[in-house]
Design a binder for this molecule. Structure first.
Ligand SMILES: [Fe+2]
Length: 327
């Protein structure tokens, strides 16, 4: 929307101050398009849009504009970055998780706007994952709160966040992972579908059955994802295996390499299961969301696609949440 605001004085602010920020803003934000043209890009009513913000940063925008009369509100905003809200001992568990999801959503927006993932963004993802692992250890309610929160919004972001978190819970419940491996599983979950950003939206969101050619294109996404992180030195090899193998199936019917059970990387099997579970409990263009109970049944019916032991662990982790809700 172009402006009616030029009568009011606008002052420039650094776009970087909007990173690591919660979504709420008490002021309006503008973008200079040309000498005499300004667009109203974020409003106090709707808050920040992380995807657009990431897009501006990617395009090389360095400054945004605010009204001079909003200077105080802007200063207050800069003084409470998301990580301070998160680390404040007086912040409730629910608010902490909501803030962490906010920070994650912004990080996702950056990851999904980059053609090749930068070390800065990857390192930030790693820090976020560490926070999730801390929350998981601190509070048994974490999973229930996350299940409640991760149920709307743009599918690819929320799905990636959900897969990351669900993978870490399954990994933890398997009892086979130390803290570092839990974080790597979380990071793999975060990035598993990053290759999808290079596949057309029409195919990804198609409400009808895909053609053979369209399926062939979808099946490229593990390899495309691997390419996108090929130059990112801060991403460990464990994460690369997860991204590349998250659609392999123990029966040998998966892709891209039709690997059989024993040779599939175990953390990739976990992410694969979390991926399927998250997709089932999400609303898709072609069907409504399944309940947690039904999603678990569907996973068990499709045996061969997932590791049996991990299926049992997953059912145990998520059935507990259903029982809690019913209680
Ligand atoms: Fe995938």
């Amino acid at each position: 929307m172009t402006d009616n605001f030029t009568q009011e004085e606008l002052i420039p602010v650094d776009i970087e101050t909007f990173r690591n920020a919660t979504r709420d803003i008490d002021f309006d934000v503008f973008l200079k398009l040309s000498e005499d043209n300004v667009a109203h890009v974020f409003s106090r009513a709707t808050g920040l849009d992380y995807k657009r913000l990431a897009h501006y940063i990617q395009k090389g925008v360095r400054e945004l504009l605010i009204k001079a009369s909003d200077r105080k509100a802007y200063q207050a905003f800069v003084a409470r970055p998301a990580h301070l809200v998160f680390n404040d001992p007086n912040t409730s568990q629910e608010k902490k998780i909501a803030t962490l999801l906010n920070m994650t959503e912004q990080n996702m927006a950056e990851l999904f706007t980059q053609f090749n993932v930068t070390d800065g963004t990857a390192n930030y993802s790693q820090r976020l994952i560490r926070n999730y692992v801390d929350l998981m250890t601190q509070s048994p309610n974490t999973l229930a709160i996350i299940l409640k929160l991760v149920s709307h919004g743009e599918y690819l972001y929320y799905h990636s966040i959900a897969v990351s978190i669900f993978s870490m819970f399954i990994a933890k419940a398997s009892g086979q992972f130390n803290q570092r491996m839990l974080e790597l599983v979380g990071m793999g979950g975060f990035l598993h579908d990053i290759g999808c950003t290079q596949i057309s939206k029409e195919i990804l969101q198609s409400p009808t059955d895909l053609t053979k050619e369209q399926w062939a294109e979808i099946k490229q996404h593990p390899k495309l994802g691997l390419n996108m992180i090929a130059e990112t030195a801060s991403i460990p090899d464990e994460v690369r295996y997860i991204v590349y193998q998250h659609h392999e199936e123990p029966s040998g019917q998966g892709y891209p390499n039709a690997l059989h059970g024993p040779v599939i990387y175990y953390p990739a099997k976990i992410v694969s299961l979390a991926d399927a579970f998250s997709a089932l409990i999400s609303k898709r263009p072609f069907r409504p969301a399944f309940t947690v109970e039904r999603a678990l049944e569907i996973l068990q019916e499709g045996s061969g696609r997932h590791d049996r032991e991990l299926l049992k662990i997953t059912a145990a982790v998520f059935s507990r949440q259903v029982e809690k809700k019913a209680a």
